[in-house]
Ligand binder design. Structure first.
Ligand code: GLU
Length: 294
């Protein structure tokens, strides 16, 4: 079996302990499978991109010994591919223009199904059968097929979501003209022949959407593993750039790796260098997940 994994940070700030746990898990899983590990900079959301953050992330990964294979993919250079995928979906009648504002969606779904798993309100389908008179398309949405999406997460076990009901027709191209994360990530995972996604549990709620989209685009959805998020001991909130998590202290690489490793629920793995730590951690990861590299 060929294994290709990836780490796909958004360059909205430096990596913190939470993002390191995801990067480490993804790196270890790829190495335990004797697979490839690619780096993709998810700078599709240009207003959230911070100048210099991508370089910082690369330096942080190198300092911790998390070396990647091949060339980096930059989402900001992938507009043609996203357009192509969008056109393919539109050609199947699966895309429609939506004139609703956020406010209108919030108001109309108060009467409907409540909050989706990620706290977003399901889109109530207002524009599905055509824009109301006098309205112009702002965003472009996928006509989500009916049915329950089921998959097995390698960390969390069996999962299911009725995307049409829980999320509704989701956005492919945003009102500000930018490509949506869901479309970009699926197109890029297919382009890079990603077989396995290992990432933080905050993205579990996006997985069913991405599987639906992958199949509509003729791609095979990758296997997934969603690893635990790390909470800030002071606030109990998950570590995130939005919550002001501290950047990794790359002057103390062993301490950073040890903390991320513990967050992944492993017993300490003493070592003197990142390379020695990673070799031992790869063996332990392979043993826990019954991975036999060829
Ligand atoms: N760019 C996303 C993030 O930093 C991750 C996307 C993914 O792994 O699918 O949260």
């Amino acid at each position: 079996m060929n294994y290709t994994g990836r780490f796909a940070p958004s360059p909205s700030g430096p990596l913190h302990l939470g993002s390191l746990a995801a990067a480490l898990a993804s790196w270890l899983d790829a190495r335990a499978h004797a697979g490839r590990w690619l780096l993709r900079i998810e700078d599709v959301d240009t207003p959230r991109t911070v100048a210099g953050a991508a370089d910082t992330i690369m330096e942080q990964l190198r300092a911790l010994g998390l070396h990647w294979d091949g060339d980096i993919m930059w989402q900001s250079q992938r507009g043609k591919a996203y357009q192509h995928a969008f056109d393919a979906l539109a050609g199947q009648g699966l895309v429609y223009g939506c004139g609703c504002t956020r406010r209108e969606i919030a108001d109309s779904s108060l009467r409907g199904a409540g909050l989706a798993a990620d706290g977003e309100r399901p889109y109530p389908g207002t524009c599905r059968h055509g824009l109301p008179a006098g309205r112009q398309a702002r965003a472009w949405r996928l006509r989500v097929p009916e049915g329950v999406e089921t998959f097995t997460d390698r960390w969390l076990g069996p999962q299911q979501q009725d995307v049409a009901q829980a999320v509704g027709d989701f956005v492919l191209r945003r009102a500000d003209g930018l490509w949506a994360y869901q479309l970009a990530v699926v197109v890029d995972d297919a382009e890079q022949s990603i077989t396995d996604i290992v990432r933080g549990a905050d993205l579990l709620s996006s997985t069913a959407r991405q599987r639906v989209l992958a199949r509509l685009l003729g791609a095979t959805p990758p296997r997934v593993m969603h690893v635990p998020l790390i909470a800030d001991p002071a606030t109990g909130l998950k570590l995130s750039k939005q919550n002001g998590a501290a950047p990794l202290d790359t002057a103390r690489p062993m301490a950073m790796l040890a903390q991320a490793w513990r967050a992944l629920d492993f017993a300490p793995c003493p070592a003197d260098t990142p390379a020695a730590f990673l070799a031992e951690a790869t063996a332990r990861w392979a043993a826990r997940f019954h991975i036999k590299a060829r």
